[in-house]
Design a binder for this molecule. Sequence first.
Ligand code: NAD
Length: 294
Amino acid sequence: MTTIAFIGLGNMGNPMAANLVKAGHTVQGFDLVAENLAVAREHGVAAVESAAAAAKGADVVITMLPAGKHVLSVYEDIAPKAAKGALFIDSSTIDVESARKAHAIAASHGLLSVDAPVSGGTGGAAAGTLTFMAGGSNEAFAKAEPILKPMAGKIVHCGDGGAGQAAKICNNMILGISMIGVSEAFVLAEKLGLSHQALFDVASTSSGQCWSLTTYCPVPGPVPTSPANRDYQPGFAAALMLKDLKLSQEAAQAAGAVTPLGAEATQLYGLFSAQGNGGADFSGIIRFLRGDVA
Ligand code: NAD
């Protein structure tokens, strides 16, 4: 089996690393936070003292870090020390430009690399059902695919380096916008005296149908598993939605794309988060639109 370095053992990284251990791989893990390393050890990860120690002798290096600057500093640190022929996989959600820089650092040391951000959240990470959106050469993707499998429900090769991050932020821009759209419709329905269930029954089988309505309904009742039924405990926190929307707007500016609804969604999630709701599920934006939260 393969020796895998796993760097960044937070809410996502720890359960992902645990699934790699379950699949029979040797996993050498590192995180800056001692408690996260202790959890990893319980999952059978060999906890080590630095990113470089994790990468030592590893066939594959996986990073699951907060932002582009963390990924680039780890790549600059360990790419020169990595084993010959090692494959680098970055599953963090980061800006497309940093993702391309990370590929360039790997390539400058003769290493194959893939950007492979995920959707599916901590639940998907624990269940091993994440969707991976991969960017990189065919050769790099072919090597990455069997490594990702124990953590994945679906793996899509989106194109060359950076294409995985591009797919991730485009998808999440749709999600942010659609959640606001669905929430506005429920708020309007309330003012018109139309019940939540009636709107759901019609829209879920009509042209208003979308994931934000049918899987993640922002009002309690119609979809019992949605966070609205547990006072908007995440799920997917509004702060993370804001992060992804900001990445989409940076990319849109750099690429000259016109995304006015993406810009508006970024503003609304910014206001919602600034008012102390960053830790709430992103579907809680309905309370903000209704005027229920300050
Ligand atoms: P997290 O903050 O729980 O974990 C990140 C970890 O990286 C932390 O434990 C931190 O200590 C560690 N870290 C930071 N710098 C480091 C370094 N130099 N060396 C080693 N460790 C370092 O975040 P998370 O929720 O696990 O998310 C990780 C990534 O996955 C983010 O990019 C996030 O946007 C993305 N993501 C998260 C979710 C989710 O639902 N949480 C879903 C999809 C994607």
